[in-house]
Write a protein that binds this ligand. Sequence first.
Ligand code: TYD
Ligand code: MG
Length: 465
Amino acid sequence: MGSNKIKSMYVCSECGWESSKWVGKCQGCGSWNTMQEEIRNTAAKSTASSKIGIVSVQGVYAPPVAMRDIDTRNEERYKTNLKEFDRVLGGGIVKGSLVLLGGDPGIGKSTILLQVCNRLGNMLKILYVSGEESKRQIKLRADRLEVNCDNLYVVTETDIEIIAQIIKNENPDLVIIDSIQTMNLNELSSSPGSVTQVRECTNLLMKTAKSLEISVIIVGHVNKDGAIAGPKVLEHIVDAVLHFEGDKQMSYRILRAVKNRYGSTNEIGVFQMTNDGLSEVENPSMMLLSGRPKNVSGTCVACAMEGSRPILAEIQGLVTNSGFGNPRRMSTGFDYNRMNLILAVLEKRAGYFFSNADTYINVVGGLRLDEPAVDLAVAMSLVSSLKDTAILENALAFGEIGLAGEIRGVSQASARISEAIRLGFSKIVLPYQNLKNIKKENYPDAELVGVRNIRDAFRAMTENK
Ligand code: TYD
Ligand code: MG
C-alpha cells in the first residue's frame, strides 16, 4: 500500500468531471461555478472496499468463461404486482440488480418504495435503510399506507460501511437506500451529497450487492437542472435508472426508465397520489382527457406511443396578438425548438401567419411528449386558435410534419387508431402513407382520413363531411 497521499481535486457537481486546478467553467458539461474542492486521500480510497472483504484477493480471480456457457436462462425477477412499476422495469426487479430511482424531493419516491416493500415483504426479506427520516416517521407513513408485512426491517443509518456490514450479516433479498445523498463514507473528507461521496458510496453498495446477489434500489434526489447529483457518475454504475416525475400541484406521477440493462427504456408507469399512497392508473388516456373543454378553439387531441402503449393527450395552443417587439413563444410538455419549427412550416408552407403573434403550447396533465407523431396535433391546435375555429370534438390527429409541409407516416398506426376508437373518437386524421397500409373495414366505427398536407388536415379536423 502506498503512503497516505493527501491531495486536493476539483470535481464538477453536475457531471463529475475532475481537474487538479480550480476552473470557472467545467470542461465536461460546460456549467459555470460547479467545481467543488475535494480533499483526496489516495491511499485510503483503495482500501475502502477491500476492508469488508468482498473484492477478490490478489492472485485469486474468476477464470474466463466461454460465451456459450454463460447461463442466462432464468434471470430471476421479483414481481411486485404493482403493474405500472413492474412494466417500467421490464417485468419486475431483477435479482442482484442495482436500480437508481431519481426525482424531485417530495414527488413520492419514499412512498412508492414503501408500497413496493409492502408488496414484496411477505416473500422476501427487505432492508429499508433511511438516512432522512426517523424510525417513527417511517412507521407513521407505513401505517398510513397500510404496510403490513413480516419481513420488512428498518435501519436508520448513514455510514455506508456500517450499512454494508449490516447487509452482509442480515443477507436480505432487497435493500432500499433512501437516499444516496445522505450516505457517507468516513474515509472521504468531502461532505455527504458531494460527487465523490455519492460515487464511492454507490460503488461500495454495488460491490456488496453484486457479490451477494442482493437487489438494491437507491433513491437519488434530483438537483435543479433535473439531473441527479453527480448524475453521469451514478448512471453508468447502476443497471437501471428510473425517473419519477410529475407536477407536484397535480396528483399524477409518471415513472420512466431512462436506462435499463434488463428491458426497454420506452415504457412509462402512471400513478396517482391519493390520501393513502400512490395508486396505479391503468387507463392514462382516460385520465388525461378528463375535463377536456368542448367546442373551444385551440385544443386538439394527440396520440403518442409511450413504449408499447399508446397514450392520448390533449394539446392546447394559444395564439394572441403581441403588442410590439419580439413575439413571445412558450411551450410546456413539448420541445420548444420543435414548436418553432412547426410554426415556421405553418407560415412558409401552409400560409398561416404567426409572426405578429404570441404563441403558447401546453400538453395537459404534465406529460412530456417528444414523439414526432405529435407534430400534427400541435399544428392543429395552433391553427385552430389562430383561426378561432374549434376542432371537432370527436376528432384526433397524429402524424409527423416535414420541412416541406408534408405529413409523414409514423410507426404503429394501428395501435394508435385502436386506442383512439376505444376512447370514443370517431374521426381519425392520419398520414396518407399510413392509411394506405391499413384496412379500413377493420375499423367500422371510425372515419379514417388520410392527409398529405397541413391544410387538408385542418379541413378534415374542422368540417363534418
Ligand atoms: P415522499 O414519498 O416523502 O417524497 P420523496 O421521498 O420523493 O421526497 O412523498 C411526499 C409527498 O407525498 C408529501 O407531499 C405528501 C404526499 N403524500 C400523499 O399525498 N399521500 C400519501 O399517502 C403519502 C404517504 C404522501
Ligand atoms: Mg423521501
